[in-house]
Design a protein around this ligand. Structure first.
Ligand code: 5RP
Length: 262
């Protein structure tokens, strides 16, 4: 089965497999969303079922919560748990300082709340997500449905004074209806191509009333785990400035596919 996994999924699996090594017995763990985070949930499910590790998970999306429960990981709400030891999540883009763009899957609001309520955030990704300057992928902004077009106009006006290369905005759709987040909000995707000053943009977005949150995760991530299809993993710790390289053994992953085939 391992040989059948496409290289991109092997890379995601390798990052996820290494990252679950940070999880210790008794920890409260934030579970990210997206395809890379789903690998992490599968790996953690294996640790719960096979090694008997005792963890409490807080999911960043209904989709992740469903997968985690299917795999036997106990899930609680953030209000029940209050604070987390660790969050492991994916990203759409990361730069050299581990500043991120997130929200490709539309879960950025819960992801940011959960990451902020964690002692440590570990980002898992493949090398293709690395950029010199953020902004190559659209920046998702979660907005309240009420008056969303006015909110979009206010964002457009604000962007005219930002250090960005593009300024078109699209409402994210699900087939032909607005995509709705787990909180019932809409997503505006900002096609900026290059974000010269992410901090300034973050500040100004947060000042627009209809904006709930945006996908810039600045100074939040502590460790970046970058997996490659050959099993190599690069671990960048932004707090102590270290970069380490290790090898993950790609064992037979049949059991990790149980949730997919069932
Ligand atoms: C979801 C996210 C994801 O972490 C991000 O989109 C990366 O997803 P994937 O691992 O599938 O590439 O932010 O809101």
């Amino acid at each position: 089965m391992t040989a059948d996994i496409p290289p991109i999924d092997r890379a995601k699996f390798v990052a996820a497999k290494h990252a679950v090594g940070y999880i210790e017995d008794g920890m409260r763990v934030g579970l990210g969303s997206g395809s890379t985070a789903a690998w992490m949930v599968r790996c953690l499910g294996g640790m719960v079922r096979e090694d008997g590790i005792n963890v409490t998970g807080v999911a960043t999306s209904t989709r992740t919560a469903k997968l985690a429960r299917q795999l036997g990981i106990p899930i609680r709400t953030l209000d029940e748990v209050q604070w987390l030891d660790l969050t492991i999540d994916g990203a759409d883009e990361y730069d050299a300082d581990l500043n991120l763009i997130k929200g490709g899957g539309g879960a950025l609001l819960r992801e940011k709340i959960v990451a902020t309520a964690s002692d440590q955030m570990v980002m898992i990704a493949d090398p293709a997500k690395h950029v010199d300057v953020l902004g190559g992928c659209p920046l998702p902004v979660e907005v309240i449905p009420f008056g969303w077009q006015t909110t979009q106009a206010l964002i457009e006006e604000m962007l005219a004074n930002q250090d960005v290369m593009g300024c078109s905005i699209s409402l994210r759709l699900n087939v032909n209806k607005p995509f709705c987040t787990d909180e019932g909000n809409y997503i505006l995707d900002l096609h900026l191509r290059r974000i010269g000053d992410p901090r300034q943009l973050s500040l100004e977005l947060n000042q627009i009333p209809g904006v709930v949150e945006h996908g810039l995760f600045l100074d939040m991530c502590d460790v970046g785990v970058i997996g490659s299809a050959d099993g190599t993993v690069k671990v960048r710790n932004i707090r102590n400035g270290t970069i380490e390289q290790e090898q993950v053994r790609i064992i037979d992953t049949d059991n990790l596919f149980l949730d997919i085939v069932n």
